[in-house]
Design a protein around this ligand. Structure first.
Ligand code: NDP
Ligand code: MG
Length: 380
């Protein structure tokens, strides 16, 4: 029986992780959760799973939960997330919070040698060099939850890194894949939230529409698989059936396929190196699908993908600036304070103007992250 600590329990990945725990309650038990503000959903989770520890972000939310049940153990903020991540009773940490806020919990879990299933890609984008150095030092393997990275992890299984020619990430294209740039001027938040293949949290759905999600994933792949940026390609594949591929030096390409269902990569990260059954109704029927499409990616159509390659290649503080500016810009777009195309402008501006630092440590990263956001929020 594995004890799971789940950060971001009330979110899209969090709720699907809970489905898996419920489905396989002879294998997994929910030990602790962290969430942001969604008290109603959290109460449902607490009633069904009775986690021993709960972390909330604010005192007001803690009071609301205590008025529901004053026997609960409720911790606060980042320190609370670090505490449950380090808890001796935590076997596996599933980090599914949204944003760079998840960083200190990931590092804490690494230092306590926990099994880590990582959905929180912003952690790897903002501080990949630190997270991976810690993981190496403590001998901890980060198991990817992101479907592309899970696919690559599976396709790499047992092969030698020297034999890899390229990683090929697939991109669905997001909500506006059939629109030209000139058609993006008047698009609304609701248009952008309407993803063709995946049902996900709001921020990542907007990131998919701007293609920043794929940019973040390129940086995530660079760190997870120790691969140079010129060996990571992105191609558009609108059906989201091939979740990503590895091309080897002998031109052999190994791909992982399946219907779009995040429970597959989430569960694999929990059971690795074993597998557990999932409902047969989601099995892939290639004859039924019959045709798969592929296209080259166009960084003029999707500048955010280019920004991410630039930030990754230059390194230093640039990925932190990219990520913080993107988080702030998407938040402002969701609040209808900037337009869809202004998301790109905000990120480009932050990358051009924020002073470059070569090897930022954790405290420098946290400072940059805060300052970049603050400067953007002051403007709008
Ligand atoms: P959601 O927005 O659906 O959920 C985010 C979760 O994080 C919620 O539980 C939210 O709590 C919690 N949260 C937000 N801010 C804080 C905070 N300051 N402290 C503690 N908890 C907080 O996001 P997703 O589930 O879609 O995505 C989560 C992560 O997984 C992201 O990094 C995303 O990129 C990655 N990912 C997601 C995929 C998907 O299919 N959804 C696919 C691949 C990767 P509350 O809602 O209660 O405020
Ligand atoms: Mg993905």
């Amino acid at each position: 029986m594995k004890n799971i600590t789940l950060l971001g329990a009330t979110g899209s990945i969090g709720l699907q992780t809970l489905d898996i725990i419920r489905e396989h309650n002879d294998e997994f038990r929910l030990f602790a959760i962290a969430f942001g503000k969604n008290v109603d959903k959290a109460i449902d989770i607490i009633e069904s799973f009775q986690p021993k520890k709960i972390v909330v972000q604010e005192e007001s939310i803690r009071q609301k939960l205590l008025s529901y049940n004053d026997q609960l153990t409720i911790l606060l903020g980042n320190e609370g997330m670090e505490e449950i991540s380090a808890d001796p009773d935590t076997d596996v940490l599933v980090n599914a919070v949204m944003g760079s806020i998840g960083l200190s919990a990931t590092i804490t879990a690494i230092r306590h040698k926990k099994q880590i299933a990582i959905a929180n890609k912003e952690t790897l984008v903002t501080a990949g060099h630190i997270v991976m150095a810690e993981a190496k030092k403590y001998g901890v393997d980060l198991l990817p939850v992101d479907s592309e990275h899970s696919a690559i992890y599976q396709a790499l299984n047992g092969e030698h890194a020297k034999d890899v020619h390229k990683l090929i990430l697939t991109a669905s294209g997001g909500s506006f894949r059939d629109k030209k740039r000139s058609e993006l001027h008047g698009v609304t938040v609701n248009d952008a939230l309407n993803h063709p293949n995946w049902s996900m949290g709001a921020k990542i759905t907007i990131d998919s529409a701007t293609m920043m999600n794929k940019g973040l994933e390129v940086i995530e792949a660079h760190w997870l698989f120790d691969m140079a940026y010129d060996k990571i390609d992105v191609i558009q594949h609108k059906e989201s059936i091939i979740h990503s591929m590895v091309e080897y030096v002998d031109n052999s390409v190994i791909a992982q396929l399946g219907t779009p269902d995040m429970r597959v990569p989430i569960q694999y990260a929990l059971t690795y190196p074993d597998r557990l059954a999932l409902p047969a109704s989601k099995r892939l029927d290639l004859v039924e699908i019959s045709t798969l499409h592929f296209d080259r990616m166009d960084t003029e159509r999707f500048p955010c993908l280019g920004f991410a390659y630039e930030a990754g290649n230059k390194g230093g503080s640039l990925p932190t600036v990219l990520n913080a500016a993107n988080e702030a810009a998407v938040d402002l777009f969701l609040k209808e304070k900037i337009t869809f195309l202004e998301i790109e402008e905000v990120i480009a501006d932050a990358m051009a103007h924020y002073p470059f630092i070569d090897q930022p440590d954790i405290s420098a990263i946290q400072k940059i992250d805060q300052e970049v956001r603050q400067q953007i929020y002051e403007k709008f």
